[in-house]
Design a protein around this ligand. Structure first.
Ligand code: PMV
Length: 316
């Protein structure tokens, strides 16, 4: 019997950055994310008569097999072993996976791929573990994947994520791909390095205060406060990177130009998208459903120079 599952990626607005050592990806601070339903991973599992689990690309029209490095493959197989143990599943399987977005487009796929693997494994013993337990397990594979089990808004504090009711409707998402190159410093390394920054002191309190402010702004439809809070948060995270020892950074001149263009819109319209950046040079924009026209204009503008991936119109 072949089982199959898929899961979305997610973008954090309050970031998971820094973890408690030796705890299987328990975060230093709570985080909140919005699911990116249009950026997904599919995983299938088929029984294998071998002596070890294997990974292979899932070949299917419209999907692109991720280019898993040896380390990436190892991490994926290790997570599957963890899942089998938690579920009491024996035997070996061939894991196939693929994304509906290319792996060389500068968007991390670890959240969607680990969440999809967690959900596929759960189908080997349906009903054995509830979604909170699955989220905790997924976290141990890749931290941010624990949020991909809850959609659209997920709050992650401690062991695993949970759903959070925020009445924004379906947001429009655009990712401006400033660079699709492989990052020199991975997010796993970033989690370790930020603790060496003098600014790490007070980071947990700052993140928690912003989390509280963001949730209440979104609940009260105060988009301006939401924008300011998201802005302060990604700048804080990037400043941690840039003041770590040794320092590193992902922001490029083009990243700055894209975020400044959004700030400019805000300054003359008094309105605009939420802006955030992950541990990479690309810029994520989130628009309310009623901002469709503005979203299309901004995307058209950025497409003169960059590839932009949108939740409503695909790729270019
Ligand atoms: O889940 P990881 O270890 O790839 O870390 C993700 C860290 C950020 O993407 C930078 C922030 C986040 O909360 O997703």
């Amino acid at each position: 019997m072949i089982v199959e599952a898929s899961a979305p990626s997610n973008i954090a607005l309050i970031k998971y950055m820094g973890k408690i050592e030796g705890t299987g990806n328990r975060p230093a601070n709570a985080s909140i994310s919005y699911s990116l339903e249009h950026l997904r991973t599919w995983v299938t599992l088929e029984p294998l008569s071998g002596a070890a689990d294997e990974w292979a690309p899932l070949e299917r029209a419209g999907l692109a097999a991720p280019e898993l490095s040896a380390v990436g493959r190892e991490k994926f197989l290790k997570h599957f072993a963890r899942m089998k143990e938690a579920l009491g599943v024996s035997g070996f399987f061939r894991i196939r996976s693929a994304n509906n977005f290319p792996s060389d487009c500068g968007l991390a796929s670890s959240a969607s791929s680990f969440a999809a693997l967690t959900l596929a494994a759960a189908q080997l013993q349906p009903g054995r573990l509830d979604v909170s337990e699955l989220s905790r397990l997924s976290r141990q594979g890749s931290g941010s994947s624990c949020r991909s089990l809850f959609t659209p808004w997920a709050l992650w504090e401690g062991e695993g994520a949970e759903s959070v009711e925020i009445p924004t409707g379906t947001l429009l998402h655009a990712a401006v791909i400033v660079s699709a190159g492989v990052k020199e410093v991975s997010s796993s390394q970033a989690h370790e390095r930020v603790t060496t920054s003098p600014r790490f002191e007070g980071r947990v309190a700052r993140a928690h205060e912003r989390l509280r402010r963001l949730i209440s702004a979104l609940k009260e439809s105060d988009w301006r406060v939401a924008f300011d809070t998201c802005w302060d948060e990604f700048v804080d995270m990037h400043e941690l990177f840039e003041t770590s020892q040794p320092a590193f950074g992902y922001r490029r001149a083009d990243s700055k130009a894209v975020v400044d263009a959004a700030k400019h819109i805000w300054s003359f319209k008094g309105d605009g998208p939420l802006v955030t950046m992950d541990a990479g040079p690309n810029v994520h924009l989130l628009f309310r459903p009623d901002q469709r026209e503005l979203a299309e204009k901004m995307v058209k503008f950025h497409r003169e120079k960059h590839k932009v991936i949108t939740s409503w119109g695909g790729w270019t």
